[in-house]
Design a protein around this ligand. Structure first.
Ligand SMILES: CCCCCCCC(=O)SCCNC(=O)CCNC(=O)[C@H](O)C(C)(C)COP(=O)(O)OP(=O)(O)OC[C@H]1O[C@@H](n2cnc3c(N)ncnc32)[C@H](O)[C@@H]1OP(=O)(O)O
Length: 159
């Protein structure tokens, strides 16, 4: 982020219209409501603090499905943000851009303590106008705990 008032950041999700997604929808009151932002190095980042009921079998660890949702939603929202940026538009300015998850491969490398915030870091590569590859890493206390390889596919905005 550069300097200046115009750079005050608004999360990608708070710029998207009518999104009821469980993981990333600002319009889903029972959802996780993740918030994603550009980082200085061109990656997109998201910080999330779990609630106790997001646990795995042992209550001290984060549930793997919740981790998958975090990785998925942060990746797809970041792919959408990249597409707007590539087209030189602010998010939701003009014709809306939608992407969905075509595929996602996850490696769960270490259990995630539920009581520490997690950091998600997404690296994006536009493969074609319709396809974006996202490598998204989930860290807890600087430890790489999971990694996802996501194919985001552009769909019509009425998907
Ligand atoms: C607003 C924020 C929303 C956030 C959402 C959060 C993430 C989500 O939960 S989305 C919900 C989960 N995802 C879904 O339900 C998707 C269901 N699948 C679909 O709708 C379709 O299969 C869809 C859209 C992925 C692709 O359909 P279609 O448009 O017919 O694809 P098609 O033209 O065959 O493929 C487009 C390209 O993607 C590739 N592709 C599509 N699916 C895959 C896949 N699973 N694996 C690899 N490549 C794929 C194709 O090979 C093709 O590549 P190329 O252009 O190089 O030939």
């Amino acid at each position: 982020m550069g300097s200046g008032m115009q750079d005050i950041e608004i999360a990608f999700q708070d710029q998207l219209q009518k999104n009821h997604c469980f993981g990333c929808g600002a319009d889903n009151d029972q959802g996780l409501k993740i918030k994603s932002y550009w980082a200085d190095d061109g990656t997109a980042v998201c910080r999330f603090t779990a609630k106790p009921h997001h646990c795995a079998g042992p209550t001290r660890y984060l549930n793997g499905g919740i981790m998958a949702t975090l990785l998925d939603c942060h990746s797809i929202c970041s792919a959408i943000a990249l597409a707007y940026r590539t087209e030189g538009r602010a998010i939701s300015e003009g014709e809306s851009i939608a992407f969905v998850t075509g595929s996602m491969d996850i490696a769960y490398k270490q259990p995630v303590p539920i009581d520490s915030p997690v950091l998600l870091k997404a690296e994006l590569e536009s493969l074609s106008p319709r396809k974006t590859r996202v490598v998204c890493r989930l860290f807890s206390e600087d430890n790489l705990c999971a990694q996802a390889d996501v194919l985001a596919v552009r769909v019509p905005d009425n998907w």
